[in-house]
Write a new protein. Structure first.
Lengths: 255, 258
């Protein structure tokens, strides 16, 4: 393995060792800053309850992301077909994008009866825009000469879509998906924070709030660690997907 | 082999532009009063300064644009059912996400020919163009010259009657360009193609064609015609002949007047 590939792991390990040393040497109390070893131990001990919450957050995140991909692509296709529809509706998409989700989550929670549905909607609102705007650009980015070639050979609209527009838009769509993956997690957790600890099924955000009320700092860190791991895994997964789908031909994946 | 422009009566396979004018929506006149004829099987070169409307003529002949004034007769305009016309752009214009095989298959695929049915024809063509070992390669993995070969293979796969080429070798180095010029003449001779070849290069136009049409600055008009009545096959040795050099001088002189 190349040394560069070990660098992130070395950096992380260095940070953890430094953190551990700092806590031990300065004798910082665990309710202020727990050492990484204590966080790991807490995570291990509380894993059954944390795992259930983790699973809930994962479901909201990926549900929101799937809806964002689906909705983003569908709306992008409509925009690509009609500039007029795009001109009419794109500002709305921008408004949704620039409004902080913390500010509208309470409203969504009032209007939508099912908490799960409300959380999904919040994750969707945060995540759909990058997919939408990237896919709109991607669908328009097809090489004009290739478009002419398809016209010259009298391609049907379906052939044009399948053989020209979709492959041209794919790298843009994937770039959007990479951003949306992280955003969906942020949207899900933010909405959970607003929704609070109540309810039968709750996510990692509720565990963090709950632990905060009880000043269980190590448990807060344990839940936080799970969230960060989730974010990193989503990032890795989409990078891998990108390599599989466009790795052989797109400039962004060339060494 | 020595071919002369065929009879002008066989218009059905030839190309006629009759007092053609083209104005784009922005108001710039691209072409003005352009009249020209290309006989079936003829190799004609169009030279002229940048922006003189050479490419516009190709697009009209391909049926990709319609003239503002005048009349265009060409297989792609009159017979819209059949893919009788092929176009080669200055860029290879291959689909970067598809292998060489899939790129060359594309015109047949769009006409509804399945991969298995097209395979023999595509492979034969790739072999003949020196791309036999590269059918699974992606465009990014090929050299500029090979990409252009793949692009020409794609153009020839439908067995077109008319081949329109828009400065296809302008981005290639001199050696590759020279080789492709010789090969292009061989492919032309094998297939009784009608070729309209746009180029900036006086030397290339004289080496390749039977007739060079010289165009003026925008709005483009055909201002001179130089016939190169020299036999094919033409090889590198042709460049050393007095006839070649004389023709180059005549085309250059006409371009200066443009």
């Amino acid at each position: 393995m190349k040394p560069e590939r070990l660098l992130p792991a070395v950096t992380l390990l260095g940070l953890l060792v430094g953190w551990e040393a700092l806590v031990r040497l300065a004798q910082i109390p665990h309710y202020t800053l727990p050492a990484p070893s204590l966080v790991a131990q807490t995570l291990w001990q509380n894993f059954p309850s944390l795992a259930a919450s983790w699973w809930f957050t994962l479901r909201i995140t990926f549900g929101g992301l799937a809806l964002a991909a689906l909705g983003g692509v569908t709306i992008a296709a409509v925009f690509a077909l009609s500039r007029r529809v795009e001109a009419a509706l794109f500002p709305l998409a921008v408004v949704l994008q620039v409004t902080p989700i913390v500010a509208i989550a309470p409203l969504i929670l009032i209007y939508v009866e099912s908490t799960t549905a409300a959380l999904l909607l919040c994750a969707w609102v945060v995540a759909f825009f990058p997919v939408l705007s990237n896919t709109v650009i991607g669908l328009r980015a097809a090489d004009p000469n290739l478009r002419d070639l398809f016209r010259l050979y009298r391609a049907t609209p379906w052939q044009r879509l399948r053989l020209l527009l979709v492959p041209s838009a794919l790298p843009y769509f994937i770039a959007g998906l990479k951003i949306s993956g992280g955003l969906s997690l942020i949207g899900a957790v933010t909405a959970e924070m607003v929704a609070g600890v109540a309810g039968r099924e709750t996510g990692l955000a509720s565990r963090i709030l709950e632990a905060s009320f009880r000043s269980e700092t190590p448990k807060m860190f344990a839940a936080l660690a799970l969230l960060m791991i989730t974010g990193v895994l989503i990032f890795w997964a989409f990078n891998a997907l990108s390599r599989v789908l466009i790795g052989r031909w797109h400039a962004s994946e060339q060494p | 082999m020595h071919r002369r422009p065929g009879s002008m009566h066989a218009v059905s396979e030839g190309i006629i532009l009759d007092h053609v004018g083209k104005r784009f929506t922005v108001g710039v006149a691209a072409l003005q009063e352009v009249s020209l004829q290309v006989a079936p099987g003829e190799f004609v070169a169009l030279v002229g300064p940048s922006g003189c409307g050479k490419s516009t003529i190709l697009r009209l002949v391909a049926g990709l644009d319609a003239p503002t004034l005048g009349r265009v007769e060409a297989p792609a305009v009159t017979d819209r059912r059949e893919a009788a016309t092929a176009f080669v752009f200055q860029e290879p214009t291959l689909m970067p996400w598809a292998s060489v095989f899939d790129n060359v298959w594309l015109p047949l695929r769009l006409a509804g020919v399945a991969r298995a049915q097209a395979a023999v024809q595509v492979r034969e063509l790739l072999q003949g163009m020196g791309l036999g070992d590269f059918e699974q390669a992606y465009p990014a993995e090929l050299s500029g010259g090979m990409r252009m070969r793949a692009s020409i293979a794609r153009a020839l796969v439908t067995r077109p009657r008319v081949l329109l080429m828009d400065e296809p070798f302008a981005a290639l180095d001199e050696i590759t360009r020279g080789r492709l010029n010789v090969d292009l003449l061989a492919w032309w001779a094998e297939r009784s193609l009608t070729v309209v070849f746009v180029t900036h290069s006086v030397y290339e136009s004289v080496f390749l064609s039977q007739r060079v049409l010289v165009m003026s600055e925008r709005p483009g008009r055909v201002i001179a015609e130089v016939t190169i009545d020299e036999p094919y096959p033409r090889t590198a040795a042709f460049r050393a002949t007095e006839a070649y050099q004389d023709a180059c001088r005549r085309v250059s002189a006409a371009l200066v007047a443009a």
